[in-house]
Design a binder for this molecule. Structure first.
Ligand SMILES: NC(=[NH2+])NCCC[C@H](N)C(=O)O
Length: 402
């Protein structure tokens, strides 16, 4: 079906989203920190905001695929279903007796209902047939199958580079099971059968929010809270082996929540322009990895913008100057002001709340499609985090092999 992505800005054709659902209703003040949400979202409003986001994309001719729908269809395939159930049952916390109860509970569910449980989890009380010591001693507020509220951020659990998909290796325990679902979809859903795999869960940590396709042949990988140096190195090797790029830039970012992924501080809005958190624009550096025989060659560090421009074979990688004072910059960075989703060169989707950043983007000639995200943003993710591009128009500008 020709799924292919070689840049951040080529006209977006197909994107994978996840419409937030019952998994968000699992969030409470007791568990929101470990489930990586900063507040308790109003689910109905989050869905409205998300529907408006999806519609804004469709209005521009983008095909929107929903993870929940793909998963339900995938689970109608016996082999996929078997793997999904086996994955859940492998959780050692269950123990033998509870495992049996969970197994029979899942056996009664059709593809759609099973997909719903895999996404929203299964609470202690919902499993009426629960029994055994593990079940009896379990806190009633705990889950037999953990919910996955961060499925909303489809960017992180898979990323396409060229015609291959990297099913990532998520760093945070609360998110690890997400890739069991994306992995199954890409392996079994008729639309994706035969897709080559670039990366696998269980390898060194890599999350899609850290992966930026600066130009055809040039990939930047943030290294921080979610992607380790070892993960970036492994991904680079795979990319080189697959002939998918000639240069990978490893970009250290602060290991903290505000900057959990590279795309929280920098996203592309044109073939040669980024919007970047002003407070780090001058200090961001990169190590350059190039394909050189068996071992990738490592050079640097040097300023990120210099390394990127060199690799992209352009004079400068323009930073859209958001000219923000440090406090406004910090506030809007926290609210994903830098986390834009380009749907074509110079056209991006952004949260409307980041008024100043958006004004500066428009002043620089970027069309901003503003969406509301007061509830969606409570999980700390913007339009880029909430979208996994599966197909984009090949980019016209190319960073030719060095
Ligand atoms: N690509 C991104 N920046 N994703 C944001 C993910 C947010 C999510 N709550 C997490 O902490 O993992």
């Amino acid at each position: 079906m020709g799924h292919y992505v070689d840049s951040e800005v080529g006209a977006l054709r197909t994107v994978l989203l996840h419409r937030p659902g019952p998994e968000l209703k699992r969030l409470t003040p007791r568990n929101n920190d470990s489930l990586l949400f900063d507040a308790i979202p109003w689910v109905g409003r989050a869905q409205e905001e998300h529907d408006a986001f999806a519609q804004a994309l469709r209005d521009r001719g983008v095909e929107v695929l929903y993870l929940g729908e793909l998963l339900a269809k995938t689970l109608a395939i016996p082999e996929a279903r078997g793997k999904a159930v086996a994955g859940v049952l492998a959780d050692e916390r269950l123990g033998q007796t509870l495992r049996g109860a969970v197994e029979s509970h899942l056996a009664d569910l059709d593809g759609e209902a099973l997909a719903a449980v895999l996404m929203a989890g299964l609470s202690h009380d919902e499993l009426r047939s629960g029994r055994g010591l593990a079940y009896t001693m379990m806190n009633r507020h705990d889950f037999v199958i953990d919910p996955l509220p961060n499925l909303l951020f489809t960017r992180d659990s898979s990323v396409w580079i060229g015609g291959q998909v990297a099913v990532t290796s998520l760093a945070m325990p609360a998110r690890r099971r997400e890739t069991a679902l994306t992995g199954l979809i890409y392996a079994h859903h008729p639309r994706f059968v035969g897709t080559e795999r670039l990366y696998h869960p269980g390898l060194e940590s890599v999350e899609g929010g850290d992966v930026l396709l600066l130009a055809p042949g040039v990939v930047a990988v943030g290294v921080g809270e979610r992607t380790t140096p070892a993960g970036a190195e492994r991904l680079a090797r795979r990319i080189f082996e697959g002939g998918l790029a000639h240069t990978v830039l490893a970009v250290p970012i602060a290991q903290e929540r505000a900057t959990m992924h590279l795309d929280t501080v920098c996203t592309m809005v044109d073939v040669d322009a980024v919007v970047m958190y002003p407070n780090i624009a001058d200090t961001l550096v990169a190590y350059t990895l190039t394909a050189d025989g068996v071992e990738p060659r490592v050079t640097g560090p040097e300023p990120f913008l210099t390394a990127a421009a060199k690799a992209m074979q352009i004079d400068v990688l323009r930073v859209i100057d958001t000219g923000l004072d440090p406090v406004t910059a910090e506030r809007e960075q926290w609210d994903d002001g830098n986390n834009t989703l380009a749907i074509a060169p110079r056209v991006c989707v952004a949260y409307e709340r980041n008024v100043e950043t958006n004004e500066r983007l428009m002043g620089a000639g970027i069309e901003v499609i503003a969406i509301s995200g007061s509830e969606l943003g409570s999980g700390r993710g913007g339009p880029r985090c909430m979208s996994c591009p599966i197909s984009r128009e090949p980019s016209a500008v190319s960073g030719a092999p060095a």
